[in-house]
Design a protein around this ligand. Structure first.
Ligand SMILES: Nc1ncnc2c1ncn2[C@@H]1O[C@H](COP(=O)(O)OP(=O)(O)OP(=O)(O)O)[C@@H](O)[C@H]1O
Length: 305
């Protein structure tokens, strides 16, 4: 697999505050990489550093084969979504894109710029001044700007935050289309369900370091000897009742939570499931459902701190 980005021990300090504390990360050609972290974790600082908007403090990185010293050689192949406060808001949407397109060496026809606006969900807003755009519309035009010049590596910082659900779905489709075209995408989002859906791999940044890295499926695997099971019974199984009953069982079951109408418990092996069902029925419970639960990416994120 070809490396599109390779970051080694990257640090960034603002005065005495260290925001990135030794990031190591490789992104491969054709993948969608999702970057998550709490507010202020350093996601934007990371993006700004690897795109040369701000200077690193130490460490090194390579982008599309060029070292960080030679970033200018590959900048045209990297599409970065600008902050919406950096849009020229006196310009009309299509005028802005064709102006920025020319700067990026992108010589499309007017119809092609209109098609790009349609792709990001701005059909009908081509001739409106950007200053009249809503927050979501500004977000969409900045995504369009990131696509100018046909970049092979596209970096999108919170592309769907503030978008209505339908627009967010369209942007996710656009990301999937771009990946189909062979592009590599780095995106950040606080919508963990979205990151789960669109990303091939996910990195969690916390305290300036990447604390978890893997495919969504890898991250969601429960700890060894800890299988979450959701049970729906009548009457509902309470923590006290489970403690009382399980004292006599020859396998371990621990109460985790009540998530109405389910009771979530941990068992240590899949083989405990039939035993658990049998014991509950023998104790007078009517068993309606019993199923293994996978952690959500949200739970992985909360537990990664
Ligand atoms: N130019 C700057 N000068 C000083 N501190 C900065 C500067 N830019 C960012 N920071 C600080 O760096 C930290 C990381 O900020 P950053 O914007 O990278 O976080 P983030 O993960 O993108 O957060 P969010 O999810 O809220 O967008 C914050 O504490 C922020 O205050």
């Amino acid at each position: 697999m070809n490396e599109v980005m390779n970051v080694t021990n990257l640090t960034k300090r603002f005065g005495a505050t260290e925001v990135l504390s030794g990031i190591d990360l490789t992104i491969y050609e054709g993948e969608v990489f999702g970057f998550i972290g709490h507010n202020g974790a350093g996601k934007s600082t990371f993006i700004n550093t690897i795109t040369g908007i701000i200077n690193k403090s130490s460490g090194s990185f390579k982008m599309l084969g060029a070292s960080d010293q030679d970033l200018d050689q590959v900048k045209a192949k990297i599409g970065v979504m600008p902050d919406i406060s950096n849009l020229y808001d006196q310009m009309r949407g299509i005028q802005f894109l064709s102006y920025m397109g020319k700067l990026a060496g992108d010589h499309r026809s007017k119809q092609e710029y209109a098609a790009l606006m349609k792709d990001v969900g701005l059909e009908g807003a081509e001739k409106k001044k950007i200053k009249s755009y809503s927050f979501g519309m500004k977000k969409k035009i900045s995504i369009a700007q990131a696509l100018l010049g046909n970049p092979s590596f596209i970096i999108l910082d919170e592309p769907t935050s503030g978008l209505d659900p339908e627009s967010a779905i369209n942007i996710r489709k656009l990301i999937a289309d771009l990946q189909q075209q062979g592009k590599t995408i780095l995106l950040t989002s606080h919508n963990l369900d979205e990151i789960d859906k669109v990303s091939d791999r996910v990195g969690i940044i916390s305290n300036g370091k990447i604390t978890r890295l893997g495919t969504p499926a890898e991250l969601k695997v429960n700890k060894v000897n800890e299988i979450s099971v959701a049970i729906r019974t009548a009457p509902a199984l309470t923590s006290d009742k489970l403690t009382e009953l399980s004292a006599a069982w020859d396998f371990n079951v621990t109460f985790v939570a009540s998530k109405k109408p389910y009771t979530v418990v941990h068992v240590s092996s899949e083989d405990d499931l039939p035993r658990l069902s049998q014991q509950l029925m023998q104790s007078g419970f009517q068993l309606y459902e019993i199923s293994m639960e996978q952690q959500s990416l949200e739970e992985v994120f909360i537990n990664s701190k």
